[in-house]
Design a protein around this ligand. Structure first.
Ligand code: API
Length: 290
């Protein structure tokens, strides 16, 4: 039987990014992709990402956190989800800073700068073709030309590619609403250039300290916000010398502040995390899970 049967969960959101947080640190268990898909069904708790806290594996860390998209695929990073995990973990204890281990590395979190805000150190961005990753024939990342749709359709081309522990392709456009992301998103997400698929962002640079964006997420589709995409987009814009290293990001679900810190290249993301309700998983959800 799944470790989730009869287990409690917290339904949260990170500026509209639908998050479920499960704390399995009191068990020796983890979950399977089939468990993640079972939770995402309409009979379960529909979400964009599932954040599973497990027993710490490294000394000095508060938990190992596994991240699942609603299609059951695992991801190395989830910025909005980490703010939700931080809020839940701060609420349950007396700490002012937390360290989580994820597939992509260590993530430090702290409350602030305002009472309802949380800051997450998302680590350092990676730009190499093997880091994203890109298919080897596209190793020259400057030459990526992606044309999607009929020739008279708007052509999305020359994306910036960045890994924040998960793959991101960012297309710079004048109008982020001018493209049918629900149509083009899955085509680009699954393009052979991205052997691990990719998160696809449309971004418009408003000024040197402000970007508006929206994202088709790998494994989850169109979401109201993608924190790691906001980090990747802010870094890519600064790298193109089109913005400062601290940028205000406007996403469909809300606002984030991203700082690509000059001293150590770490990317700090600040934003809210909302608690919605708590519940317990009905064991019937997992009846067909092996
Ligand atoms: N879909 C992403 C994971 C969730 C990222 C997003 N929700 C965030 O806040 O960073 C991926 O497969 O890489």
């Amino acid at each position: 039987m799944s470790a989730l049967a009869n287990h409690s969960f917290a339904k949260m959101n990170g500026i509209g990014n639908e998050i479920v947080v499960i704390d399995l640190r009191d068990t020796a268990s983890g979950i399977t992709p089939a468990d993640a898909r079972a939770v995402a069904t309409p009979e379960g708790v529909p979400y964009d990402q599932l954040m599973v806290l497990q027993k710490p594996r490294l000394a000095g860390t508060d938990a190992f956190v596994s991240i699942y998209n609603n299609d059951g695929s695992e991801a190395g990073a989830c910025g909005n989800g980490m703010r939700c995990v931080a809020r839940q973990t701060f609420a349950g204890g007396d700490k002012t800073a937390l360290t989580f281990e994820t597939k992509a590395g260590l993530i430090n979190c702290w409350q602030g700068p305002a009472p309802d805000l949380y800051t997450v150190d998302m680590g350092t961005p990676k730009f190499g073709w093997q880091d994203i990753p890109l298919a080897e024939e596209f190793r020259d990342t400057r030459g990526i030309e992606l044309q999607i749709g009929p020739i008279d359709a708007p052509i999305l081309h020359t994306p910036s590619v960045v890994s924040m522990g998960n793959p991101h392709a960012i297309f710079w456009v004048e109008d982020i609403q001018a493209y049918d992301l629900e149509k083009f998103g899955p085509l680009l997400e699954n393009h052979p250039i991205f052997p691990d698929r990719a998160n696809i962002t449309l971004a418009h640079i408003v000024g040197r300290d402000h970007i508006v964006m929206r994202t088709w997420e790998r494994g989850a589709g169109l979401t109201k916000a993608c924190g790691s995409a906001a980090c990747a987009t802010a870094v890519a814009a600064a790298r193109l010398r089109r913005t400062n290293r601290t940028v205000h990001m406007t996403l469909p679900g809300g606002e984030l502040t991203i700082e690509w810190r000059e001293s150590d290249d770490h990317v700090l993301m600040t934003g809210p995390a909302a608690f919605e309700y708590e519940g317990t998983f009905d064991p019937k959800l997992f009846a067909s899970v092996a």
